[in-house]
Each structure stands twice: as structure tokens, then as C-alpha cells.
Design a protein around this ligand. Structure first.
Ligand code: SAM
Length: 349
């Protein structure tokens, strides 16, 4: 064995093969260089959280199980890096920050079409790995990143410093962007949105690109790539990505309990349209319904018949169009409106 052998080299080669398989093609050379220079495991905390097979999470500590921890770092999977907003979890353990799966990180970097000399704003720093890859490619003073959670931001700061990479890191609400370094050539969000914040568009150069995972009450799915014009931004979805919803766009489920109380009488009606059609296997159906009836949740037993009619109509429309997937849909965003469309911007939903 050569004295230069490092286990992460072999692991990172095998991860690269997994990413290429997921991307159906080679990883662009400039990103291979960045991935090699910035090892993913340097950005993971001592404690990561793995699925326990029972629908929950269990901790895996580097010091207690080095082999498992290291293997997880080089699988093409997302890794939960913080639970319960950093509070000591009780019985209810929920992920509050994660390292995205490497294939989605690379897909987004590729789709972002970053070129030397560009300025990039990232929303959702997380571990700092994605920001580090960008900073490695673009050099100092070119990457800013905003993270809402203070502890996560602090750790990302330490990770980036240890890697010797220069990123302007802010702790705050990324839906406001970061006007002090604007305008940007690219804005990339690693948390999903249901509305594209206007601030991102305002802070992007005309001709620039905004890339963000999409979310709807029906399904967290779809990667939206917008090109910015003077007074709007427009672009298409692709059938990728699933990410945590951006804080401040989350709906509080208690709202539902507050609206429909036990003493309320709800309208009841009979429909032959099965709820399984919209809650079942078709991700494409749920994605389309999320665009067509964005304010309807999947709490079917509480919806009135009027809302169910809307869902049924939307589902029928989607079938009539040939059951399109996300790649046939797009979005036009202005300061006050979001218009979803099918195939071309003049064919609004
Ligand atoms: C999928 S993780 C980030 C992955 C990360 N880019 C990496 O390379 O590890 C999404 C992050 O978005 C953060 N986030 C959620 N809402 C936010 C907001 N409104 N502003 C800024 N960050 C936010 C979360 O705290 C979480 O750390």
C-alpha cells in the first residue's frame, strides 16, 4: 500500500461512480476536481442521525462507530446532521438540518452553470459542503451563503475555516437573500420553496439563474430553474430533488385543527373519485395537483366537497394532458404573482 493511500480516496471514487449513475453521465471535470479537493466527511458533524428502520432516527457517533459513520459519509444519500433544531430530542426526533445527497448537490451545481468570475448566493448553508465546493471553484469573495439556524451556521463556519475556503456566511432568513453583496449571477437554494421570494429575483442580474427545490402540500418534488429578466423570472421544472421546506414557508398543522373543530359541521358528499389516485403512487399526479390547487392539503377527511371537486377536476385535466411530469411544467414569477404553465409560458394553468 502506498504511503499516500487514504481511505477517502477509494470512497470518493466509488461515490463518484454512484453520482455518475444517478446523473446518467459523467460529472463535469471541474466538479470532479472540487469533489476530490473538498472531502464530504470533513463537513459532517461527529454525530449524524441515521434512519432506524422504524420511521425514526438514531444517532451514529464517529467516536463510537467510525466504520459506519465513514461509510455513510460516502454513500449517495442525504445525511441528517441536526435534529429538533439542536435541542435535546425526546421521543419525537425530527430532522432539522441535513447534508444533501451528493448526486443532488452535483446535479444542482451542474444545472447552475457556474462560470469563473461569477458571484453566487446560496440559501441554506447546512454543513457548508456545497458552499465549499462553490468556493473551491470560484475562489475567494465570490460565494455568500445564508443559514437560518445559528448552531448550524456556527458549525458550517468552523468547517469552511478548517478547509481554508472563503465564504461570506450569514445567519438569518434566506428568503430575504443577502442584498449587501448583490447582484448575483446565480442564486441556489438547498431548501425547498412553495413561493419564490421576490428578493432572490431582485438580487440577481438579468440573465442570471435561480435554482431551487420545489415543494407543495401534495409532494416535496421538482427542481425549478428560473432565468431572471428585468421584471420577472421564468423557467422550467425537472423531475429531481426533495428537500426540507424553507423555514417561514412551513404551514403550521395546528391551523387545520383550529379551523375544523369537533363542534363544526362539515359538508359531506359522495364521490367516485378515489383519494388513492392523489395520495397513491403517481408522483407526477401529486406534483401537478400541487401546482393546480396549491392551497389544498392532503387532509382529505376534513375537506369540503367543493374542494374535493376542485381536486377531481384538476386530476381530470392532468390526465387529459397525457399525465405530464414536472419536466413539462414551468413557472413565471413576478413581484406579486406566480403563474404555473404547461409546455410554454402562454399556456397557463
Ligand atoms: C438540505 S440542508 C442544506 C444542505 C447544505 N447545502 C449542505 O451542503 O450540507 C437545508 C438547510 O436550509 C436551512 N434553512 C431552512 N430554512 C431556511 C431559511 N429560511 N433561511 C436560510 N436557511 C434555511 C436549514 O436549516 C438547513 O440547514
Amino acid at each position: 500500500m502506498s504511503s499516500l493511500y487514504r481511505p477517502e480516496h477509494a470512497a470518493s471514487r466509488s461515490l463518484l461512480r454512484a453520482v455518475e449513475a444517478a446523473l446518467d453521465g459523467p460529472v463535469p471535470r471541474e466538479w470532479v476536481e472540487a469533489l476530490t479537493a473538498v472531502p464530504r466527511h470533513h463537513f459532517l458533524p461527529e454525530r449524524i442521525w441515521l434512519e432506524n428502520g422504524l420511521g425514526g432516527y438514531e444517532p451514529c457517533d464517529l467516536s463510537a462507530d467510525h466504520q459506519r459513520w465513514f461509510a455513510e459519509a460516502y454513500f449517495d444519500v442525504p445525511i441528517v446532521t441536526q435534529v429538533n433544531d439542536g435541542e435535546q430530542p425526546g421521543e419525537d426526533v425530527w430532522p432539522s438540518s441535513s447534508a444533501s445527497a451528493p448526486s443532488i448537490v452535483v446535479r444542482m451545481l451542474r444545472d447552475l452553470d457556474v462560470q469563473p468570475g461569477m458571484k453566487v448566493l446560496e440559501i441554506g448553508t447546512g454543513t457548508g459542503w456545497n458552499a465549499a465546493l462553490l468556493a473551491h471553484r470560484l475562489g475567494p469573495g465570490r460565494v455568500a451563503s445564508v443559514e437560518v439556524n445559528e448552531n448550524v451556521a456556527r458549525q458550517a463556519w468552523a468547517n469552511l475555516n478548517a478547509a481554508g475556503l472563503s465564504v461570506e456566511l450569514l445567519c438569518g432568513d434566506g428568503s430575504l437573500g443577502w442584498p449587501h453583496q448583490a447582484p448575483y449571477d446565480r442564486v441556489v437554494s438547498t431548501c425547498a420553496v412553495r413561493r419564490v421570494p421576490w428578493a432572490w429575483i431582485e438580487q440577481t442580474e438579468p440573465g442570471g439563474v435561480i435554482l431551487t427545490p420545489w415543494d407543495s402540500p401534495m409532494i416535496p418534488w421538482g427542481l425549478l430553474r428560473l432565468t431572471v429578466a428585468e421584471d420577472h423570472a421564468e423557467g422550467r421544472f425537472s423531475p429531481h430533488s426533495a428537500s426540507v421546506l424553507m423555514r417561514n414557508q412551513c404551514r403550521d398543522l395546528r391551523i387545520f385543527r383550529d379551523i375544523v373543530r369537533d363542534d363544526h359541521r362539515t359538508d359531506e358528499s359522495t364521490s367516485t373519485f378515489s383519494p388513492h389516485k392523489v395520495t397513491g403512487n403517481s408522483r407526477e399526479a401529486r406534483f401537478a395537483l400541487g401546482l393546480l390547487v396549491p392551497d389544498i392539503w392532503t387532509a382529505w377527511d376534513s375537506d369540503t366537497d367543493r374542494l374535493w371537486d376542485e381536486v377531481e377536476t384538476a386530476y381530470g385535466w392532468w390526465q387529459d394532458q397525457g399525465s405530464p411530469g414536472p419536466e413539462r411544467f414551468g413557472l413565471t414569477v413576478t413581484e406579486y404573482t406566480h403563474h404555473a404553465w404547461l409546455d410554454s409560458p402562454d399556456n397557463t394553468l
